[in-house]
Design a protein around this ligand. Structure first.
Ligand code: NAP
Ligand code: G4F
Length: 337
């Protein structure tokens, strides 16, 4: 029986990955913070809470990390933990770097000392492309992060590469474009939209307040992306891979797809800070812009080129953007029954 350890096991991806590995027959271990924001909610939702072994764990606590990694010897180690909300990283740049940059080297250096043969996965991100050097973005695109989160992740990415090249460790990075699910954190724009639309569809009257409606993202389904992570660690040679759908969608279009899935029909009026969405049937206001949600800097046009993952890992995304919006909107609507 193979053994795996997942940092960030209580998060969206950690939960989908736990389910995948449990189904593949792995013994799954995970690190949980005492101050966890989500605790067991997601693991319970996917029915894996009692199938994983949890350890008290924090990426900013070096001795704790050393003891856990020394004592729980695993074949595969997935580092998914992080302060993952880009918007907060301007307010929490030092904490974001402590976890997202220093946390990675703490893990790699500890593994190098205690179990260097362990295969390591680092959760890198399309945020590293930032002010994009080319469209679409691939593993060879120059990095230019635009947020403290993206800068921290860029360090994590390069130090993973460095431990592979310097110490021969089997350390891979997945450069993952946005991926969502009904378990997505409620602060991220897709889930924020589907939760508010579900309440509106159930008769609520508070419009959702959003920021930059023109932003675009290449959105896929988390369940597909964790399969890609696992495939990376099954390769003989460690490497870096982009996972993406190759399709980019504006916030406005995602909103429309989710609204339509719940029988709402947004009419878009006005522009910029004055933009609103009104339901064509009921006349109710569904959305208004609140500049509080604008960011100090935005990433440019993110579209991923996942050809390498397709060719070398045989990985393909299975859920398109409309299906994803519908899945999330329906789940939030059903949860309010
Ligand atoms: P998520 O839902 O926010 O989960 C983050 C996880 O990290 C949670 O389990 C959280 O635990 C844990 N964590 C936070 N700070 C920690 C610390 N100091 N020590 C130990 N654990 C800590 O994020 P996700 O969407 O699953 O993403 C997983 C990883 O992929 C993240 O590193 C993210 O930055 C990266 N990523 C995500 C996407 C995406 O679109 N989802 C794309 C590219 C890369 P608590 O429950 O205690 O809060
Ligand atoms: O949903 P978001 O907060 O995701 P973002 O910033 O793209 O980050 C996510 O994906 C990254 C991969 O590229 C991950 F690395 C990261 O961990 C995270 O999972 O925002 C998406 C877009 C932004 O352009 C933002 O300005 O939506 C825009 N937006 C417009 N109104 C909003 C809102 N974002 C949020 N969170 N809330 C709004 O009201």
């Amino acid at each position: 029986m193979k053994k795996a350890f997942i940092t960030g096991i209580t998060g969206q991806d950690g939960t989908y990955l736990s389910k995948l590995l449990v189904e593949k027959g792995y013994e799954v271990h995970g690190g949980v913070r005492r101050i966890s924001q989500s605790a067991m909610a997601r693991l319970n939702a996917l029915g894996v809470a009692d199938k994983v072994q949890l350890h008290e764990f924090d990426l900013i606590e070096p001795n704790n990390l050393f003891r856990v990694l020394r004592d729980v010897k695993v074949d595969e180690f997935y580092n998914l933990a992080g302060q993952s909300f880009v918007g907060s990283s301007w307010e929490l740049p030092i904490y974001t770097a402590d976890v997202g940059a220093m946390g990675v080297v703490r893990l790699l250096d500890t593994l190098r000392s205690v179990h260097p043969e362990t295969r390591f996965y680092q959760a890198s991100t399309s945020e590293m492309f930032g002010l994009v050097a080319e469209v679409p973005q691939s593993e060879t695109t120059r990095l230019h992060p635009r947020s403290p989160y993206g800068v921290a992740k860029t360090y994590g990415h390069y130090i993973t590469m460095n431990y592979r090249e310097s110490h021969g460790m089997h350390a891979s990075s997945g450069i993952l474009f946005n991926h969502e699910s009904p378990l997505r954190g409620t602060e991220f724009v897709t889930r924020k939209i589907t939760m508010h639309l579900a309440a509106l569809a159930r008769g609520g009257d508070a419009p959702v307040e959003l920021g930059n409606m023109d932003a675009q993202r290449d959105w896929g389904f988390s369940g597909d992306y964790v399969e890609g992570m696992w495939r990376m660690l099954q390769q003989d040679k460690a490497d870096d891979y982009v996972l993406a759908t190759g399709v980019t969608t504006s916030i406005r279009d995602f909103f429309t797809y989710a609204a339509e899935a719940l029988g709402l029909n947004p009419d878009w009026q006005g522009e910029g800070r004055e933009e609103i969405a009104v339901d064509r049937k009921s006349g109710r206001q569904l959305m208004k812009v609140n500049p509080k949600f604008y960011r100090p800097a935005e990433v440019d046009l993110l579209i991923g080129d996942a050809r390498k993952a397709r060719e070398k890992l045989g990985w393909e995304p299975s859920v398109g953007i409309r299906e994803l919006a519908e899945m999330m909107a329906r789940a939030d609507y059903d949860a309010l029954a």
